[in-house]
Design a protein around this ligand. Sequence first.
Ligand SMILES: *Cc1c(COP(=O)(O)O)cnc(C)c1O
Length: 484
Amino acid sequence: MDEILESDGWRLSGKVSSELFRRLPSVDELLRDEAVQAAVARHGHGATVDAARSVINGLRARVTSGELNEDAIAAAVHAAPLEIEQRLRDAMAYSLRSVINATGVILHTNLGRAPLSEEALEHVREVSRGYSNLEIDLASGARGERDVIVDRLFAKLFASVGYTIATIVVNNNAAAVLLTLNALAEGGEVIVSRGELVEIGGSFRIPDVMAKSGAVLREVGTTNRTRISDYEQAINEKTKLLLRVHRSNFEITGFTEQPSLEELSALARKRKVPLMEDLGSGDIFDLRTVGVHGEPTIAASLRVGVDIVTFSGDKLLGGPQAGLIAGNPELVKKVRKNPLFRALRVDKMFYAALEATLLAYLREDYDSIPALRMMRLTEEQIGERAEHLTRKLHISTPRLNVEIVKTQSVIGGGSAPGATLPSRAVAVSSPGVSADELARQLRVRETPIIARVEDGKVLLDLRTVDPEQDEVVLRAVEQLATSN
Ligand SMILES: *Cc1c(COP(=O)(O)O)cnc(C)c1O
């Protein structure tokens, strides 16, 4: 290989002598260096050899192109151990990092949706660092089922439904919908309104999931209007389910019609076909208390007679990513027995985080769940923090404008589309630098800050910022002033 490179070198530059290549160390030589030995101890032999090889290859390429003379090679070889350490640091660092969400979007799917509560994190740690009773009944010593961990809590939370519901957990709501359709409707027809054939971000499309579940989609009505008679006429001996899907990320307004859940439930009873609802968000908390109206709650759906509902664990529930399937115990049992359940089940960490989150609901300790705490912050509370922050700013340049503006936070994550929460943001702009560039500079910081750009300004909505990190935001804004 050396020979090929050397002859290439001759050809390319005409004056690179093989003598120069001989000045480059071998990987083995580099590995004998004390600093590189230390890197081996920190990062492992294989990774260090890879880094050393790539540093040498880089030097070789530069020699080939005639870029380096004798002195420059000597300097580069001298700097090689440092370069190796730098490459190893980059290669061996975590890809997943903590960021500050200053977008004001509470359930931001790209930023990991719901942050977990302290109790949830503590419980995950406690249960996961050793063994747990995940599937053992401690009293009898017999094998148990992991389902009971959250099943009992949902039964308590939804005691108002009128019967004891059953709940099982899978990987996410997409999995919950797929599994439920497969278990209850494979080979048969599922009736859905054309106004509810939704696509949720990240390629979850009702018609596609239906096809994969082995059930046949029977569309009824039109995009804007579907009547109960449309469902009624479509029911036949092949019908296995009526399905209502929450329009999580859009609204239909104007000349519209959609049967109520009561009407659908009455029809389902009359024709002895189960009614399923994909709620998406799965709201337990009463959003009307924060001024958001019209978002369906799990309890309301079950109370009016929906037989089985599916929802996410990391949307309005404020827990870990998970898909919940809840409702009529007979139907849930049938879903639980489906072999797909085993493929979609979740591990002890999910159960621990979910259990801790649900217990907070039972205690009505809503502020311990970060997503709910953020929703419950008032505009005034956020405004006060913004003012406090701007008062403490030390900016000695007129090139950065900082002001407080009124804005709207959104719940996000496919909940309450169109519903916003009044908020105030620290707005940063500069006559010389674009808002996109300022936002980029905030993103590439050691602790990245993700902000929103609106009307040529970078908006930092403190609703979604942990108050403990206000100081970090403050420093970042000051840094923008010095570096622009
Ligand atoms: C969000 C959503 C899903 C997908 O849920 P994930 O937990 O992201 O898999 C499915 N259906 C509806 C109606 C949703 O809002």
